[in-house]
Design a protein around this ligand. Structure first.
Ligand code: AMP
Length: 200
């Protein structure tokens, strides 16, 4: 059995940090679409150039491109014990494609952790980073893109009964503890080998 998670949240909500900690703790890969897309940019034209133009503007790349990336990535053997998706899905069509993929593999998502974070905390955090698309005006636009295109996933996953709300404005260690509370019962249910507490 596997532990299959999605981290959902606006840019700056701490998805990357939490994904890295979860990987370390549960030994399942974190899959960040932004890292895969950046690698494509590095690989150069023609695809890299196209991807770069979206990233630089803080716009979402087309659904089909990221869906293909994720389909390919989820077919790799290291995802057998589970995965943490960071930055995917980001639109309703992406979520529908993911559901279809996972239905085919007969492994539905265990939970979608939504790191709910207010706009000012996001801008403060993004302002401390030094990525090109964290520039104030683009960061602000990326938050709008989240509200417009990704926030509908909150209801989508609530309707599926998968949504778990986490207060993402807290310090990262506090967020990690809140996530731990939510996923501990899931790890039990999935029979995770490294995480089962010893009986007292
Ligand atoms: P992130 O670091 O996750 O905020 O992603 C950085 C940028 O990568 C975004 O602003 C988008 O341009 C692109 N991106 C990452 N994930 C996706 C996705 N699932 N769908 C479309 N674009 C994405």
């Amino acid at each position: 059995m596997a532990l299959d998670l999605v981290l959902l949240g606006p840019p700056g909500s701490g998805k990357g940090t939490q994904a890295a900690w979860l990987t370390e703790k549960y030994r399942i890969p974190a899959i960040a679409t932004c890292d895969i897309l950046r690698a494509q940019v590095e690989a150069g034209p023609p695809l890299g150039q196209r991807v770069r133009s979206y990233l630089e503007r803080g716009e979402l790349v087309p659904d089909q491109l990221v869906v293909d990336i994720i389909r390919h990535r989820l077919s790799e053997p290291d995802t057998e014990a589970g995965f943490i998706l960071d930055g995917f899905p980001r639109t309703v069509p992406q979520a529908q494609a993911l559901d279809a993929m996972l239905a085919e593999l007969q492994r539905p998502l265990d939970a979608v952790l939504y790191l709910e974070t207010d706009r000012q905390s996001l801008l403060d955090r993004l302002g401390q980073r030094h990525r090109g698309d964290d520039r104030a005006d683009i960061a602000d636009h990326r938050i709008d893109v989240f509200l417009d295109q990704t926030a509908p996933l909150i209801d989508y996953y609530r309707d599926e009964g998968k949504l778990r709300l986490i207060d993402g404005a807290q310090p990262p260690e506090t967020v990690a503890a809140a996530i731990e509370e939510v996923i501990r019962p899931l790890v039990w249910a999935s029979g995770g080998p490294n995480t089962r507490p010893t009986p007292s």
